[in-house]
Design a protein around this ligand. Structure first.
Ligand SMILES: [Zn+2]
Length: 309
């Protein structure tokens, strides 16, 4: 089976103010780096209201709809802005993740990568933040559970920032294991290892500024992956942020492209053992355009090799 690549031109329509790191050019960097790969290219649908409402209250969805400006920008906080096209992009980014889950669980694709923006892992139940409007990965994980009837889903987040939004959206649900490695201290300030959730299904590993390959791989090999194996997920979702790369301007971890290849392969190894290789990965951060393109392409190449093989 092929690897699905899910995206939509509307994701280019989410324009951020000049100088903002979460910029339209990120889409070109990622899609340009993937253009020569033989992938199943799928157009992202808009997320259904029912899917958004599995994790966000109606008041949040309404607030985002009403915040969308008719011209120019509207700022939701110091970092998070909406342009005329942002609402459509937000619905496509969440819809892509849901479609990816459908394709993989229905056996139409071996695994999937969503090249979309805005990202999602900082969006809390009622609070858009950190460039994020809706919790894309959490929405899709709940869809896998509630619509497809899965019993356990793991969400693995290697973005350099803590996925506070995903944690907020899933920690009440014992069917979801959320694991995150991230630089700490760093935005958004959450993600201390003491945050384990009411069902002990949250696992946070904090890495100090300057940590590189060795500390990152130790965290995953020694702590996170054994926990995933013990949880026995039926689907593994990835919040794939590439901002732990050493060239990234927003953080201080020192990963290189080989680390993203390594973590992708290790996650695929687990997925092969536990859940017939079912992996759905969604783009989160990554703000050095060259490092982002190279890292995302390396990540998707591993997914493709595993799906084709
Ligand atoms: Zn990030």
């Amino acid at each position: 089976m092929k690897t699905a690549l899910i995206s939509h031109p509307d994701c280019h329509g989410h324009v951020t103010p000049p100088g903002h790191p979460e910029q339209v050019a990120r889409m070109d960097a990622v899609l340009g780096a993937l253009q020569d790969l033989d992938l199943m290219r799928v157009s992202a649908p808009m997320a259904a209201e029912d899917d958004l409402l599995r994790v966000h209250p109606k008041s949040h969805v309404t607030a985002i709809r009403e915040a969308a400006p008719e011209t120019g920008f509207r700022s939701l906080d110091a970092d998070t802005h909406m342009s005329v096209g942002s609402l459509a992009a937000g619905y496509r980014a969440a819809g892509a993740a849901v479609r990816a889950v459908d394709l993989v669980l229905q056996g139409e694709a071996g695994n999937a990568f969503c090249a979309t923006r805005p990202p999602g892992h900082h969006a809390e139940r009622e609070t858009p933040m950190g460039f994020c409007l809706f919790g894309n990965v959490a929405i899709a994980a709940k869809h896998a559970l509630d619509h497809h009837g899965l019993k356990r889903v793991a969400i693995l987040d290697f973005d350099v920032h803590h996925g506070n939004g995903t944690q907020d959206l899933v920690e009440d649900d014992a069917r979801i294991l959320f694991c995150s490695s991230h630089q700490m201290p760093l935005y958004p300030g959450t993600g201390d290892p003491s945050e384990t959730g009411p069902h002990d299904t949250i696992l946070n590993v904090a890495l100090p500024d300057g940590s590189g390959s060795k500390a990152f791989r130790q965290a995953w090999e020694g702590t996170i992956l054994p926990r995933v194996e013990a949880f026995r997920p039926e689907l593994i979702m990835i919040s794939a942020g590439f901002d732990a790369h050493r060239d990234d301007p927003l953080a201080g971890l020192q990963l290189v492209v080989e680390d993203f290849i390594w973590i992708t392969a290790r996650i695929c190894d687990l997925a092969d053992t536990l859940c017939e290789g079912r992996v759905v990965s969604c783009l989160e951060g990554g703000y050095d355009l060259a490092a982002l393109g190279e890292s995302a392409a390396a990540h998707v190449k591993v997914l493709k090799e595993r799906s084709d093989g």
